[in-house]
Structure formats: structure tokens, C-alpha cells
Design a protein around this ligand. Structure first.
Ligand code: ZN
Length: 320
């Protein structure tokens, strides 16, 4: 082999070695970048649920001082290093314990914050990692049950900027109480131990408008639909509503009247009122304004003396 060939051979070996080092470094960098991006993403999209984390870290996972930090590190390490079903189970138990430690008033304030993020355009759209989704298989621990309308413009998790496992949602046209919706709420209250029950109507609700038609017209609808509309109609104060001529004011008042009626029905349940009087539950009505994205709360049923959530339109006036 002459001298130029030897030089070329040496150069090729050196370039290969450099390339190998670069590939190794690149892999390390990618891993570091992934870790960094996961942590940054968790910072940006940290769910209200993650604030609830307390207790010991799952086996083999690093414990940090703040609960939110603990959840972030536990979740990120699980994504990078894998996790066991036992770790997922422990994660679920800690989440449930932390959720249970909140008062109804605190839970309701979290909900209000989430809606504020939504209508201000700063929603976090909290996501769950694969690890957290695995943990949720073991246990669900929502703090809020919501009876809302099926209307496609009222997606409850989006309106309150909540994520997987945060809300127990029941949606039917006109957010009315019947056997099925009552049973679902009872399950959420007595078995899932939710702290807040929200009955939420919304601006421009077609079911509430239809319920104000005369009975003969309603009875021409398919039987089950007619039955549901007549059920809503029975709770509306139509005599008073007929006095409200402004269409938008009429629409709002009719929806609020229906919600107030559902809240009133729930408050007749002695088992629920026992929970309310022990400050384990609050029941509240809500009106979602599609045009602004804002949810107003009203007709709150809670333990006497506990803080009630302010109504936006009341300028700080407490709901009653
Ligand atoms: Zn509706």
C-alpha cells in the first residue's frame, strides 16, 4: 500500500470513530432533551389533579419536596425508565387520598379556576401520561359530578379545563333528573365520594326551548322525548317566564329556572343533605354562556357558614 492509500485509510478510521462518538452523544442528547421536554410540558400543563399528590413516592422513584413536583418526577421517570403495576397502583392510591383531603369549597374553586383558564384562552388542557393512565385503570377518584346537557357545544371537560379522571359527567338533553341520571349521581356521591355536584344548563338550550311549547305540540314528539320534555316543563315557572320579553334574558331565565329546580330536587334527599351538613358535599347550579365561555354558579347548597362561590354577574355577590 503506498503512502496516500495509508493516509486515506487512517482518515476513514478517524471519521468512523468521530461518527460513532457523535451518534452516542446524539442519543444521550435526545434522552436529555426528552426528559427536559417532558418536565417542561408538565410545568406548562400541570393538572389541578397533580396538585393533590401527597404521601410516599412509589418504590424506586425519587421523592421531591413539592407534591406537584413528586407527581411530575414520578411520571417522567416512569415514562423514561418503565414502571410496574404496583407502582401504578400506589400512584392511584396516593391520588385518591390527596383528592379526598380537599374540602368541597376547595374543589369548587378549582373548577372555577379551570373555567377561567378556558374563557381567558389560557387553558392547560391537562393530559395524562401513559403511567398516569395506567394508574387510572386501578381506581377513579373524580372530585366533581356534573349533570349537564348533551348539547355538542357544552363539552364539560373542555369548559372546565379538566383532564382524564377529573370529572364524573352525566349528560342528557336539558340536564334533567330522571331514574338514570339520579342513579348516576347517587353512584358518584355515595361510592366515588365526589365533593361537588354541579347541575349545569347553558345558553341557547334547545331542550329548554322545546319544553316551553304547548303540551299538544310536545306530545307529537316520539314518546320518550315527549316524556323528557314534559318533565322539564313541569319544573319551569312559565307564568313568570312569559313576562320576560327580551329573548336573551328569557332564554337565560328559563335555563336557570330548570337548573334551580333540579338543585331543589337533589336537596330534598336527606342522605345528600347529611353529607352537605357534614361539609362533605356541596350542590350547586351553573349556567354556561356559550358566547363568552363563562360559567356562572348559583343556588349553592352547602354547610351553613362555609364560603360560597361568587357569581360573576353579581360583582362579588354570594350565590344563594
Ligand atoms: Zn341543552
Amino acid at each position: 500500500m503506498d503512502r496516500p492509500e495509508v493516509l486515506l485509510g487512517c482518515a476513514a478510521v478517524v471519521l468512523s470513530a468521530v461518527a460513532l462518538v457523535n451518534v452516542t452523544k446524539s442519543r444521550q442528547n435526545r434522552r436529555e432533551e426528552l426528559l427536559l421536554s417532558l418536565l417542561q410540558r408538565s410545568d406548562r400543563k400541570e393538572s389541578p389533579r397533580e396538585d393533590r399528590g401527597v404521601g410516599e413516592a412509589p418504590t424506586g422513584m425519587k421523592r421531591v419536596s413539592s407534591s406537584a413536583g413528586f407527581h411530575r418526577v414520578a411520571s417522567t421517570e416512569a415514562l423514561l425508565g418503565g414502571f410496574t403495576m404496583e407502582q401504578a397502583r400506589e400512584h392511584a392510591l396516593q391520588g385518591a387520598s390527596a383528592a379526598n383531603s380537599k374540602t368541597p369549597a376547595e374543589v369548587l374553586l378549582d373548577l372555577q379556576r379551570g373555567n377561567t383558564r378556558f374563557w381567558m384562552g389560557s387553558a392547560q388542557r391537562p393530559e395524562k401520561s401513559a403511567f398516569e393512565r395506567r394508574a387510572l385503570i386501578m381506581k377513579q377518584y373524580p372530585s366533581v359530578a356534573i349533570l349537564g346537557c348533551s348539547d355538542s357545544r357544552v363539552p364539560v371537560e373542555i369548559v372546565f379545563d379538566q383532564g382524564l379522571g377529573d370529572l364524573f359527567v352525566i349528560r342528557v338533553a336539558g340536564n334533567g333528573l330522571d331514574v338514570s341520571t339520579s342513579a348516576s349521581l347517587q353512584f358518584a356521591i355515595h361510592h366515588l365520594k365526589v365533593k361537588v355536584v354541579v347541575v349545569m344548563g347553558h345558553e341557547g338550550c334547545g331542550a329548554i326551548k322545546a319544553a316551553q311549547l304547548d303540551e299538544e305540540t310536545i306530545k307529537k314528539e316520539p314518546a320518550d322525548l315527549a316524556k323528557a320534555l314534559l318533565g322539564i316543563k313541569s319544573g319551569l315557572d312559565e307564568k313568570r317566564l312569559k313576562c320576560i320579553h327580551d329573548p336573551r334574558a328569557h332564554d337565560r331565565e328559563a335555563v336557570v329556572c330548570n337548573v334551580a329546580n333540579q338543585v331543589k330536587q337533589l336537596a330534598k334527599d336527606p342522605a345528600l343533605m347529611d353529607l352537605v351538613n357534614n361539609d362533605e358535599l356541596t350542590i350547586v347550579g351553573a349556567f354556561y354562556e356559550i358566547s363568552s365561555g363563562i360559567v356562572d354558579f348559583f343556588n349553592q347548597v352547602s354547610v351553613p357558614g362555609s364560603p360560597k362561590i361568587a357569581n360573576r354577574k353579581g360583582g362579588g355577590q354570594w350565590g344563594k
